[in-house]
Design a protein around this ligand. Sequence first.
Ligand SMILES: C[S@@+](CC[C@H](N)C(=O)[O-])C[C@H]1O[C@@H](n2cnc3c(N)ncnc32)[C@H](O)[C@@H]1O
Length: 332
Amino acid sequence: MGNLNSELFAAIDSVADGANEHQLAVSVQELMKKYRSRVDPRDIVLASDTDVIAYAAYRLPATFAAARSAFEAAAAAVPGFAPATHLDVGGGMGAAVWAASDAWPSLRSTTVLEQSAPAIKLGKRIARRSTGTAVKGSEWERFRLTGAVPDGPRVDLATMSYVLNELTPQVQEEVVRSLARRARTVVLVEPGTPEGYERIIAARKHLLAEGLSVAAPCPHGEACPIAPGEDWCHFSERLNRSGIQRRLKFARLGFEDEKYSFVAATSEPVERPANRILRHPQKRKGLVSLSLCTTGPGIEERVVSKRQGPSYRAARKAEWGDAWPPPEDPES
Ligand SMILES: C[S@@+](CC[C@H](N)C(=O)[O-])C[C@H]1O[C@@H](n2cnc3c(N)ncnc32)[C@H](O)[C@@H]1O
């Protein structure tokens, strides 16, 4: 298999190259406006060929990066899990399809459920350019969710990335519960905003109520210790912006930080870390402060000093979202 990451970006570039950039820029402004507020569940946001190319160019690299990070955390917490079958719901142009194949190369078949015909057409076109088995062979079905996902064979993995915001709370619950019954592992990703986190926390409760265990990001299976309304659990993934992404967003910086919230739950045995780092570590001379979600469960501010030798060296390298202590550093 080639490098899925570069295959995806090459495919997006070639699609965007053939489009009218002014029309794409107009569509990007409209899409940004809609996604900044709560999407009306009756609306199909990705309605035209221009919309879906615009989304692929300005947004898909970021949703792909967030989904891949969430899936990597899930894969680390469920080490024996080698999924072959995958269902992606609200797949758009396939960000989670590509990201799942990157995180789990064992995947052999993927089915995408999506309501937008232009999204399906473009998603298929991009996927056919992949050398990855599950991506290239992915099956796309036009389907509008109004409750539980349709009955079908059990799958190893179910994913839903940046979709809950477009469903009513009742449909969110029905979809999430049905995914928990249909799949061995479920991973849900949302924007890393207070509202995105609230949707993830509600979905987490539904997954646990259906008998799954939390795999990531939480180091525990109890209620989230973050006080409602005071803070929100989210992570950040830095990605380089392509030329077209910069032009369409009128952006000067060559990179962006995609903030996301997620939950992974599973019926497989889990190996959760002792703690998860919840913020950028604060690094000062001789000291590193870590904000940790702990097994307790609880939130703890831990200071690691230079006198702690190996722990300090590990803390200097630690990043927001990492497990703590790092798996290769049992002394921390
Ligand atoms: C923000 S896009 C995310 C696309 C993709 N999952 C990603 O991460 O880039 C939301 C997607 O969910 C789809 N969607 C929203 N509501 C849906 C529904 N009721 N049934 C099926 N698909 C839906 C939209 O058409 C769109 O493709």
